[in-house]
Design a protein around this ligand. Structure first.
Ligand code: NDP
Length: 350
């Protein structure tokens, strides 16, 4: 067993608020392993918009808090309940293995992770790639499959969906962002006709590069009018909206009859309570999907992770890293993300 330090560096939130509440500490206690957990020395930590919600208090958590939902690194210890000699060991994990995980408390040097949340990283993938793609890639894959109900790529090819007019119109807001980039690529793999929105020319070019066949510049153009024009007045069959408050009313206007509106985030603020009667005019299916409820069982998590890693290894889906910030400078990463200054994935490194 490698020697485990008693203290570690990390980011602590003692009170909710702006980016300045993210405090760098060098004397945090290394977490003690509980049954079923592994200790991971984090090498790359993903920044996700959800981290800002816990920081501001929009999403509640007891304080003080080490936030952060994803990372990749190396296993430095396993709880005895997981040792290879234990007959109940559910995973073939061992010290020294590289793993990526979606779990709590990632903004630190070392994190105690439930073993069922840790995925061994295939030898073909670098640790930063695996860590950068896991949360947003799983979000995109589960949402495309389960929220939009699109068939697996091969099934889509075998069915009539191959014909252009049978392929669903899908709109992705913030199509150059971390999750948006993954969604657009995943939708392209699933054969959808993808319209992306993005703020500014540079972001529009990135959205196009991700595979959006049509891109609308949300800073310059009237998104609703452009989308109606592109779809010949029909509107879009599915909308993936992680922007929230600022785009919700437009979504109701540009969605097609019987369309699915998946509002999955609050980048511009949470959507206020909705008058359900508004959905009746077009029989809209309104949903608020969350990744964690699609990967609640180990079987679901493992199956989707395997598929995501295969897509990455095959080069069918790529992750673009915007910047790797020193963990100490996490406040700058949050400010950039909330200030709409970024594209692709933001990462942290100790
Ligand atoms: P992004 O990289 O997409 O960054 C957010 C983007 O949103 C910005 O770059 C910007 O793109 C757009 N945006 C529009 N209006 C605003 C605004 N007022 N303030 C800030 N950004 C704005 O972030 P993530 O990929 O980390 O997250 C995107 C969304 O997806 C978030 O709402 C997040 O909570 C959600 N999410 C939800 C999950 C779930 O399970 N429900 C899982 C993962 C993510 P532009 O300038 O092009 O408009």
């Amino acid at each position: 067993m490698s020697s485990i330090p008693k203290t570690m560096s990390g980011i602590l939130i003692e009170e909710t608020g702006g980016a300045d509440v993210l405090k760098w500490k060098t004397d945090l206690p290394v977490p003690e392993l509980k049954e079923g957990e592994i200790l991971v020395r984090n090498e790359f930590i993903g920044v996700n918009f959800i981290d800002t919600y816990f920081r501001t208090g929009l999403y509640k958590s007891p304080l003080p808090l080490i936030t952060g939902k994803e990372a990749g690194g190396v296993i430095i210890a396993l709880h005895p309940s997981l040792s290879s000699s234990s007959s109940s060991s559910p995973l073939p994990l061992k010290e020294g293995d590289r793993v990526a995980y979606v779990a709590d408390h990632a903004y630190a040097e070392i994190t105690a992770v439930p073993a069922r949340c840790a995925a061994p990283i295939p030898s073909e993938l670098a640790t930063d790639t695996a860590a950068a793609s896991l949360l947003q890639g799983l979000t995109a894959l589960t949402f495309v499959r389960e929220a939009a109900g699109l068939a697996r790529p091969q099934a889509a090819q075998d069915s009539k969906l191959g014909a252009s007019e049978a392929r669903p119109w899908v709109l992705v807001h913030a199509a150059a962002g971390g999750t948006g980039s993954m969604l657009v690529q995943m939708l392209a793999v699933h054969g959808a006709r993808v319209i992306g929105t993005a703020g500014g020319e540079e972001k529009c070019a990135i959205a196009r590069g991700n595979g959006a066949q049509w891109v609308v510049d949300s800073k310059k153009e009237d998104v609703v009018e452009r989308v109606k024009e592109i779809t010949g007045g029909k509107g879009v069959d599915v909308i993936f909206d992680g922007v929230g408050k600022a785009t919700f009313d437009g979504d109701l206007d540009m969605i097609a009859r019987k369309g699915t509106l998946a509002v999955f985030g609050n980048a511009s603020g949470p959507v206020p309570p909705v008058d359900l009667l508004k959905l009746g005019a077009k029989n809209i299916k309104l949903m608020r999907p969350v990744l964690f409820a699609y990967i609640a069982t180990k079987e679901e998590r493992d199956a989707y992770t395997k598929e995501l890693f295969e897509l990455l290894v095959a080069g069918k889906v790529k992750v673009k890293i915007h910047e790797v910030y020193p963990l100490k400078e996490v406040a700058r990463a949050h400010t950039d993300l909330e200030g709409r200054k970024t594209t692709g994935k933001l990462m942290l490194k100790i």
